[in-house]
Design a protein around this ligand. Structure first.
Ligand SMILES: NC(=O)c1ccc[n+]([C@@H]2O[C@H](COP(=O)([O-])OP(=O)(O)OC[C@H]3O[C@@H](n4cnc5c(N)ncnc54)[C@H](O)[C@@H]3O)[C@@H](O)[C@H]2O)c1
Length: 326
């Protein structure tokens, strides 16, 4: 009997004795514990960015709203990894600053930027054409990141502001995706990233227009994923759903229990998003504890969920909202 056979026989003996002593229930408990541990180690590896990562060297990454916040940070992180970056934003001054910074840091033709209002389909069409011409390459990764928040209660909001939020945060995703998806499917290569929000899963007082738009973005991503699955497409999707991030967009918003629900740093959020894209993750809720809220909402009666959200101060988080000051 060789060494391997000896180990296998010993293992068999062990499980036989274990079964005789503990019965079916014991075996089931061990199996559940084993699966739990396997799942836990997978989650730990995923959240720390230790899973297998794809390369983005020379990939053309197109980021909307890249003039500030996480859009700018993602552009810097992906450029550092060797990608060709295109940034579009309504803020031309901010956009040019980021492009100059990237080209100075990572080489002259690393980044290209052009002004674009993502809520205008023609503006999107023109911008994508310019970016593709500049990099001489179709878009490989599209990141729908541009977003706005009004922070107004339903009766205080205006028609124009509500329409603006919906157009930029949701409808615009159709304009960008429709421009690039055909080529991605044909080339069997591509990735569509939706920067949504935990406000796409959870309603918050004072964020009706924003929540409606982000629920829309989450729904858009999920529908897109199923369309791609139906055709066994190689094109990937990632939907990012963060809690508040300290970029300035949500200045004044607060967390009642910052130890449980910390306001995320721009640096952490960016690193997590970049890892999620490189690891081809489908949906990212951050911080991870917020999965619990979604679970309670799905499994328990509504009053349990409502009371829990009030207890954790979620409904009052926007009471002192000021928003971006500049
Ligand atoms: N900051 C947070 O707490 C937070 C939390 C969850 C999700 N998000 C989402 O992350 C994304 C980025 O947010 P951020 O915190 O970096 O905010 P940000 O304000 O720093 O960045 C948003 C960018 O979008 C640009 N933009 C606005 N309207 C545009 C338009 N019509 N066309 C093109 N660009 C436009 C802005 O000029 C800005 O550069 C947004 O979609 C936001 O909803 C943010």
């Amino acid at each position: 009997m060789n060494k391997l056979q000896q180990i296998l026989t010993r293992g068999q003996d062990f499980w036989q004795k274990f079964y005789e002593k503990k019965g079916k229930k014991g075996v089931a408990q061990v199996a559940v514990l084993g699966l739990g541990l396997l799942y836990l180690q997978y989650q730990v590896r995923k959240y720390n960015g230790w899973l297998k990562k794809k390369s983005v060297v020379n990939e053309h990454i197109f980021i909307t709203g890249g003039a500030s916040g996480i859009g700018r940070s993602m552009a810097i992180s992906f450029a550092k990894l060797g990608a060709k970056i295109s940034i579009v934003d309504v803020n031309e001054q901010g956009l040019n600053k980021v492009v100059d910074q990237l080209n100075a840091l990572y080489g002259e033709k690393t980044a290209f930027g052009t002004q674009c209002d993502v809520s205008d389909p023609q503006s999107v069409k023109n911008a994508i054409k310019r970016c593709v011409e500049f990099h001489q390459k179709k878009i490989d990764i599209l990141i729908n990141n541009a977003g706005v928040v009004s922070g107004k209660q339903i009766l205080q909001n205006t028609d124009a502001s509500i329409a603006r939020t919906m157009n930029i945060n949701t409808t615009a995703h159709h304009w960008t995706v429709r421009e690039v998806l055909g080529d991605m499917i044909a080339n069997r290569h591509g990735h569509i990233v939706t920067i949504a929000s935990i406000a796409g899963w959870v309603g918050v007082r004072g964020l009706a227009d924003y929540c409606a738009s982000k629920f829309g973005a989450v729904g858009f991503d999920e529908s897109l994923r199923f369309e791609l699955r139906a055709t066994k497409s190689n094109v990937k999707t990632t939907c990012i759903c963060p809690y508040f991030i300290n970029t300035g967009m949500f200045d004044g918003a607060k967390s009642k229990f910052p130890l449980l629900f910390p306001i995320l740093s721009e640096k952490y959020a960016t690193q997590r998003i970049v890892n999620a894209v490189l690891q081809d993750e489908a949906v990212v809720i951050m911080p991870i504890i917020l999965n619990f809220a979604i679970m309670v909402k799905a499994l328990f009666p509504t009053f349990v969920y409502d009371n829990m959200m009030e207890l954790f101060g979620v409904s009052e988080s926007m009471d002192d909202f000021k928003g971006r000051q500049q």
